[in-house]
Ligand binder design. Structure first.
Ligand SMILES: Cc1cc2nc3c(=O)[nH]c(=O)nc-3n(C[C@H](O)[C@H](O)[C@H](O)COP(=O)(O)O)c2cc1C
Ligand code: SF4
Length: 490
C-alpha cells in the first residue's frame, strides 16, 4: 500500500524486483551511479579485500559511520543504549570503525544534553565503549588484529545545545544570514573570539590523549555537518586570523592537528569532511508543489556562508577548495578521509538521502537516488584528485537491496576505498557481514529511510530504529514517534 508521504512519481527501491529493473530506473535519472549486475563471491569480492594504512592492515572495505543516539547521561557518559549500539558496530563485520559517534571535547560544544563528552571525569565510563565494541567483534570474528577504530571528536559550534534544558546555546564563527535567526545566535556573545577558538586546542589534545591511552587507533578531527570546524572552513566573512583566505579558515584545524601530533605522536588522525554544502531548504508553501525547495538567497549573493559551494549559484557545489583541503590533509600526514556533505539541520537530503523526511525536515526535493549519486560522485572526484588518501564514501543506506551492488562497483572502480554505512546499521547491524560472506539479505531489516531515528531526537527522545528493530519497537517512544509522524504528516 502506498504511504501518503511518499513522493509522487518516485518508485520505492523495494519495488524493483531485480538489479536490472533498478538499473533501468537509474538510467532515467539525470545522474550516473555505477552499480554491478552480480555480486562476486567472497574470495573475489573487492569489498572483502584488506588494505594497508599506517603500517596496519584493515580487514575489509566496510566502515561503520559515526551515529550518536542522544542517549548518554547528562554528564556525557555512555548508557546501556550507547553500549548496545557500539556492540552492534562490533558485530557488523566492518573492519573500519569510523568514530563510533560524535563525542564533544567540552561541555559547551555538545550538540544535545545527552551527547557523550570527553572530560577527565568521564574517562573511566567512556572506556567501556571500545572495550565493549572490541569484545563483541572478537567474540563474533575471532580477532581484532585487522580492526581499525577511531573516536570522533567534535565541538558543535552553531548547533550546540549542551544543557539539560535543551536550549540552543550557539557558539558561532561568523554571522549567517539564515541560520543565526534559527538558532538564536543574535547576541554578540555567541561569536567565538580568536582567543576562545585557540583555547579549544588543549581540549582536542586532551581527548586525543584519552583516545590513545584507551587503545583507539585514530581520532577523527570532525570537519563536517556544519559543526564548528566545518563552519570555520566557510568563515570567508570572519575578520582576523581564523577567517578570510583558505590559510586562515584552515588555521584552527591545522593547529589542532599539530598539537595532537606533538603531544600524542603515536595516534593517527582521520577527518570526516562535509565536502560540499548548498543553501538551506524548506517546506514548500501553497502553490509551490509538494517537494522541498531551496530558500531564496538572491539577497545574499555572492553566497559566502558555505564550504564547497559555488558562491554565485549556491544551489551548486564547487569542489575546488575541497580538493585543496584534501591536499592539505595529505601534506599533514593524514591518510583517512571520510567524505560526507552539507548539514543535517537545513539540507539533510544531501547527506542522508531518504524517502521520508524527519519531523523538522521537508519533503525530498528529488529522487533520493540523485542525492546518493551526488555524494558518491563527490567522493570519487576527491579520490581521483588525491589518490594517496584512503577515502570512505557516505550515503549508501538509501540503496537498500542494491547497496551491495553499488558498494562493490564503487570499490572495484576505485571511486572510494571504503563503503561507509550509517542508518542501515541501526536497522540491520549485520548487513556488512552478510554481504561479505555471500549470504542473502534479510529484507525485513533493510532500512527504508523512515527517518524515525532523527524524528525521535528532534522531539527530545532517544534515537533508534523504531520501525524495524524489535528492541526499539517495544519502547514507549515508538508510539510517541508514530504519533508525531501522524500529526505532522512527515
Ligand atoms: C541518528 C543519526 C545519528 C548520526 N550521528 C552522527 C554523528 O555522530 N557523527 C557524524 O559524523 N554523522 C552522524 N550521522 C550521519 C551518518 O554518519 C551518515 O553520514 C548518514 O546517516 C548517511 O549515511 P547512511 O545513508 O548510510 O545513513 C548520524 C546520522 C543519523 C541518522
Ligand atoms: S528509523 Fe530505522 S528504518 Fe527509519 S531511517 Fe532510521 S534506521 Fe532507517
Amino acid at each position: 500500500m502506498r504511504d501518503e508521504r511518499e513522493m509522487e512519481g518516485v518508485p520505492r527501491v523495494a519495488s524493483f524486483r531485480t538489479v536490472a529493473e533498478f538499473k533501468a530506473h537509474l538510467a532515467t535519472l539525470p545522474v550516473r551511479l555505477d552499480c554491478d549486475d552480480d555480486l562476486l563471491p567472497p574470495h573475489q569480492n573487492p569489498l572483502a579485500q584488506p588494505i594497508a594504512v599506517h603500517g596496519r592492515t584493515i580487514g575489509n572495505r566496510f566502515a561503520t559511520h559515526p551515529m550518536e543516539g542522544w542517549d548518554g547521561t547528562l554528564e556525557g557518559k555512555p548508557t546501556d543504549l550507547v553500549l548496545r549500539r557500539w556492540t552492534h558496530f562490533g558485530i557488523s563485520g566492518a573492519k573500519l570503525i569510523w568514530g563510533g559517534e560524535a563525542v564533544a571535547v567540552r561541555h559547551e560544544g555538545r550538540a544535545n544534553p545527552h551527547q557523550l563528552c570527553c572530560t577527565p571525569a568521564n574517562a573511566e565510563a567512556l572506556s567501556a565503549l571500545l572495550r565493549t565494541l572490541k569484545a563483541a567483534h572478537r567474540k563474533r570474528f575471532g580477532t581484532t588484529d585487522d580492526l581499525f577504530v577511531g573516536l570522533q571528536l567534535t565541538h558543535s559550534g552553531r548547533w550546540s545545545r549542551p544543557d539539560p534544558d535543551g536550549a540552543a546555546k550557539p557558539r558561532i564563527a561568523f554571522r549567517h544570514p539564515v541560520t543565526d535567526a534559527r538558532v538564536g545566535a543574535l547576541d554578540p556573545s555567541a561569536m567565538l573570539t580568536d582567543a576562545e577558538l585557540a583555547g579549544l586546542i588543549p581540549d582536542y589534545v586532551a581527548a586525543a590523549k584519552f583516545a590513545a591511552e584507551d587503545g583507539y587507533d585514530f581520532v577523527d578531527v570532525k570537519c563536517c555537518h556544519g559543526y564548528l570546524l566545518n563552519e570555520l572552513l566557510a568563515a570567508h566573512t570572519r575578520p582576523g586570523p581564523y577567517g578570510g583566505p583558505f590559510e586562515n579558515r584552515t588555521r584552527l584545524f591545522r593547529e589542532i592537528v599539530a598539537a595532537i601530533r606533538r603531544d600524542v605522536p603515536d595516534l593517527h588522525i582521520g577527518v570526516r569532511l562535509s565536502a560540499f554544502d548548498l543553501v538551506p531548504f524548506r517546506h514548500p508553501q501553497e502553490g509551490e508543489g509538494t517537494r522541498g525547495v531551496p530558500i531564496d538567497v538572491r539577497p545574499h549573493l555572492p553566497w559566502r556562508y558555505g564550504f564547497g559551494v559555488n558562491p554565485d549559484d549556491p544551489t551548486q557545489s564547487d569542489l575546488t577548495e575541497s580538493i585543496r583541503f584534501l591536499e592539505l590533509c595529505r601534506d599533514l600526514g593524514i591518510r583517512l578521509l571520510n567524505i560526507s556533505a552539507a548539514c543535517p539541520y537545513y539540507n539533510p537530503h544531501l547527506m542522508r538521502p531518504a524517502m521520508f523526511p524527519p519531523s523538522d525536515g521537508y519533503p525530498p526535493p528529488e529522487d533520493p537516488l540523485v542525492g546518493v549519486a551526488r555524494i558518491l560522485a563527490a567522493a570519487a572526484t576527491l579520490k581521483r584528485a588525491v589518490p594517496d588518501l584512503l577515502v570512505v564514501g557516505s550515503g549508501y543506506t538509501y540503496l537498500q537491496e542494491y547497496l551491495p551492488h553499488v558498494a562493490q562497483a564503487q570499490v572495484r572502480l576505485r571511486h572510494s576505498d571504503f563503503v561507509g554505512v550509517g542508518r542501515m546499521l541501526l536497522s540491520y547491524p549485520e548487513l556488512p557481514h552478510h554481504v561479505l560472506t555471500g549470504q542473502p539479505l534479510n529484507r525485513k531489516r533493510l532500512c527504508r529511510t523512515f527517518s524515525d531515528c532523527t524524528t525521535g531526537p528532534r522531539n527530545g527522545m532517544v534515537s533508534g530504529c523504531y520501525p524495524l528493530d524489535p528492541f526499539y519497537k517495544a519502547r514507549p517512544e515508538a508510539q510517541a514517534v508514530h504519533e508525531i509522524r501522524r500529526k505532522t504528516g512527515r
